[in-house]
Design a protein around this ligand. Sequence first.
Ligand SMILES: O=C(O)[C@@H](CO)OP(=O)(O)O
Length: 228
Amino acid sequence: MSKLILVRHGQSEWNLANRFTGWWDVDLTDKGVAEARAAGVLLAAKGVLPTIAFTSLQTRAIKTLNLALEECGRLWLPVIKDWHLNERHYGGLTGLDKQQTRDKHGDEQVHIWRRSFDIPPPAMEPGSEFDLSDDPRYAGIEVPMAESLKLTIERVLPYWESAILPQLAKGKTVIVSAHGNSLRALVKHLSNISDDDITGLEIPTGQPIIYDFDGTQVAGERRYLKDC
Ligand SMILES: O=C(O)[C@@H](CO)OP(=O)(O)O
């Protein structure tokens, strides 16, 4: 039986500042660092030790992975970094204060932008201060201008199937350090959650989620490692 560990990065500077983040690259706060380390301590305590790691191209997820791996003595693992695991792109909302955006557009509109299944936020203006099209890490990649959860799923799932699932089929213990919405995309698929119900699912920071796999089939319920 192989295992999948999903962990959302620890608290980021813009989680704390309550700003729409998406693909913008922000660091962890001190609390985020502590959450990431605690995730690694928990992996060690429960004896769930990853044998291969995947993460996004974003600092907050990469650092969370490194800190967790350090705490469980696995900094030597092979790590695959890929943009397909990036956070959902927040388009023209990137960088805005979430409360000010609510005050301006209303709670309902902001909830739709944040949690609807298939309505993307307004597109980012090309050349805006948060446009990452020229960032060298995305060379050769068409950086999206905005993504709904549905669009996020459309790039996360093919990567899941082509890159991550084969490792589970080989019996590896796979850790994926990623983001609130790229992980919601995966959990929706793995736990067979409907388009309506996924709007209510939140993934907490730094809290490892475990799935057991039998070959490439999900063999068990989604559980928080702290409860195992
Ligand atoms: O700002 C973001 O990129 C995400 C994750 O922190 O926020 P939300 O909770 O609105 O999906």
